[in-house]
Design a protein around this ligand. Sequence first.
Ligand code: ADP
Length: 169
Amino acid sequence: MTRITLVQGDITRQSVDAIVNAANSSLLGGGGVDGAVHRRGGPAVLAECRKLRASRFGKGLPTGQAVVTTAGDLDARWVIHTVGPVYSTSEDRSGLLASCYRESLKRADELGARTVAFPAVSTGIYGWPMDDGARIAVTTVREADTAVEEVRFVLFDERAHEAFARQLP
Ligand code: ADP
């Protein structure tokens, strides 16, 4: 059984096996979680991201997928980069958002990671409504078949923390 825990704070301050980054498809950094991960992870993370762009992901990492790099200077062994969908009112992209969590947990299982920290993927710059993002995150992790022992959702502010708390018993 995977334990789901909630923490309010900065995901780059967590001590876990793997930190999930809400990346963009370029893998070369951006704002929000992505900016913070690269700032605190340092040049080793960016160097591996560049290598991925030069090899397997020449066109970038597709939405809903997840890929692993070193965690550099972060207090973790790995960063799992996943690309959330941009929220749309005309198209249901929930499947892609669920895929981010599912694929990230698959990478975690391949690595043997036991503790994994997730941000609220897509709920920042990509505009996903927080309550719905929380529902998809918690439901998907609950239903996942994974050996990860703790999934820690790290929520930046009180509003996000409350939205996730409403999804838990
Ligand atoms: P996306 O582009 O997938 O929307 P963002 O990084 O813009 O990703 O935001 C995802 C969520 O993470 C938002 O709820 C945002 O408030 C939150 N966030 C931003 N920075 C951090 C951080 N350092 N630690 C944890 N959560 C963060």
